[in-house]
Design a protein around this ligand. Structure first.
Ligand SMILES: [Zn+2]
Length: 269
């Protein structure tokens, strides 16, 4: 079977690697039940990015019509509450434990890669469960399910909600007591840790591009950067993607199935 040979080739390449990096897109968390925000069924089909996707838009909507946000907000909370790391997240943790994988660059804000046990995760779009103080800039991570449960309890009963209620839902800064916001990159805001992610791409000996279509910056450039610096590139994606020109191995499967098989094959090497 041709696909089996590709899995084997990927495993051989990884078995020889000592400093692999992964660049993960929404595809790796889709199998944890988190739909891609920009795809059909995603949040931007139900919510206007101008009203919810920018911080100015979100604050304006919170002040003028906070009820409008409630259904989408509740829906997002349910989605993130039910999500668990899947075999693809755990496969990356196993590769780290085997001394093969050093860094994961992820576009996801769901904290699932860390919950799977990976220790070096660069979150270019931030983390939805890390709160950043609007005054002193300090940030702190909160346990995902606890935080969601607390917020859901507060917005359960009332059908209407005021701006101040939403602000009250966010934990206060433990240093200065000021208001915090989720430390995620919204539309129009700068992507985080770009130099670090490009450095990981330049230094790695193998780049795994998993569930990323190659249209979102900076993830779109990382496999190219890695290839140019001499790394081999393994692409895992059942859908159309931009990496054919640089991929040494292409596995057109969903992340969990592909990564599970690859790690098993690495262990057999
Ligand atoms: Zn503060």
């Amino acid at each position: 079977m041709i696909l089996g040979q590709e899995i084997l080739r990927a495993a051989k390449i990884l078995a020889e690697a000592e400093n692999a990096a992964a660049s993960c897109g929404a595809g790796i968390s889709a199998e944890s039940g988190i739909p891609t925000f920009r795809d059909p069924g995603g949040v931007w089909e139900r919510a206007d990015p101008a009203e919810m996707g920018t911080s100015e838009g979100l604050i304006a909507t919170l002040k003028t019509n906070p009820q409008k946000l409630l259904p989408v907000f509740r829906d997002l909370l349910d989605t993130f509450e039910q999500a668990e790391p899947n075999p693809a997240h755990f496969a990356l943790r196993h590769l780290e434990q085997m001394g093969i994988l050093k860094t994961v660059v992820t576009q996801n804000i769901d904290n699932l890669q860390q919950e799977a046990g990976s220790t070096d995760v660069i979150e270019v779009h931030g983390n939805g469960f890390r709160m950043r103080c609007l005054k002193c800039g300090r940030s702190k991570c909160y346990p995902r399910k606890d935080m969601i449960r607390r917020i859901k309890e507060k917005i359960q009963a009332p059908d209407s909600v005021a701006f101040s209620d939403i602000v009250e839902l966010m934990p206060k800064c433990e240093e200065c007591g000021s208001v915090t916001r989720p430390d995620v990159v919204m539309f129009g805001e700068a992507v985080k840790d770009i130099p670090k992610s490009f450095e990981a791409a330049r230094k790695c000996d193998v780049m795994l591009a998993i569930g990323t279509s190659g249209v979102v910056y900076p993830a779109a450039y990382l496999p190219f950067e890695a290839k140019e610096a001499g790394a081999r590139v393994i692409v895992v994606n059942p859908n159309e993607n931009a990496f054919h020109r640089v991929s040494d191995v292409y596995i057109p499967l969903k992340a969990a199935e592909a990564m599970d098989q690859i790690v098993k094959a690495v262990k057999e090497q």
